[in-house]
Design a protein around this ligand. Sequence first.
Ligand code: AMP
Length: 371
Amino acid sequence: MVWKVPLASATRLPSPRAFSTSTTLFHRATGAQIPNTSIRVFREIPALRQWRRKQRLDHRSVGLVPTMGALHAGHLSLIRMAAADNSAVVVSIYVNPTQFGVHEDLDSYPKTWDEDCKMLRNLDRELSEDGGNLGKIAAVFAPTTDTIYPSGIPSQEVDGKGSFVTITPVGELLEGASRPIFFRGVATVCMKLFNIMQPEKVYFGQKDVQQTVVIKRLVKDFCMDTKVVVGATQREPDGLALSSRNVYLGTRRRKMATVLLRTLKLAEAAYFSGCRSRSELLGPAEDWIHHLEVEQRQNKPEKRASFLLDYISLADPETMEEIDEVDEKKGAILSGAIKMLPIEHPNDGEDLGLSGGLPVRLIDNIILQAA
Ligand code: AMP
């Protein structure tokens, strides 16, 4: 017997009467799964733990790819990596409220359950066509907030109370300085996911490089039995890093959005040409982006795509602390963040992006490899 389950908003699997038009199926015998696949959908911890125990008994390794959904090719590249390394891949899809500050875009964060299921189904087929050398996407873990925060959602205030994992000082720098509760929320939810799933390996994208440093520190300092694997940043043909938030840009801001990568590439070019000091590496790049920032502000309102530079950083790869000189034995991380401002004077019929052109924060980075 198969029913359809609208999973995106329900807190529990609904009664058969409520089953309608989502892409998730519910089988009496096996629980929910994505149609035409063997991908199980777990909403609750006990069933997932039971499944996990069976994997261990069967000597099947489990790789976990944590996501907030709105899947794109960046997420898929991590799932492919996980399938190359493990028998079973679990993709978690959960928009974690505790990493969003009170004034951030939690409510408008894209939630695309049906499209996500389709992408996973297509990737599952692609993996199975590889002749059996790759692991399978075995499960999606899409918990409710009651499951992840059984004592209630802790505060989203900086000094709020709750059961938190904090990783400092790295979590306070750069992205953490602009978004003070962000890494507390990320570390807390990842600790929970790792505890629930006990994966042999976990997969994170270099796109969020500071997050990878925080997670490595979490695993090391809390003696967790998992290995952190980092996958390369996937990009659009013009270099813009793929991000679930790019849908908010619209045409005019999308063209301007590559400014951050172009700035980082100027600094990288200086590194390739032999520069090692902070001023030589960042000076010309910062001058260039400041110039563009002012140029946009002074442009005609119907043409401009204004942005604010948050930071350009040259940091130690293990601590993310700013450095004055690159040690060639360690390399360094060049990273930056900008905020694309709303279009002030939209032209008739102009594509302003999803939700009509909210401010969009963009981050990117380049690793300066050790010599
Ligand atoms: P998110 O759903 O944005 O929380 O991202 C889930 C995972 O996908 C994180 O480990 C991200 O770093 C990774 N990710 C996001 N964008 C990209 C990208 N463009 N390339 C590679 N990995 C990415």
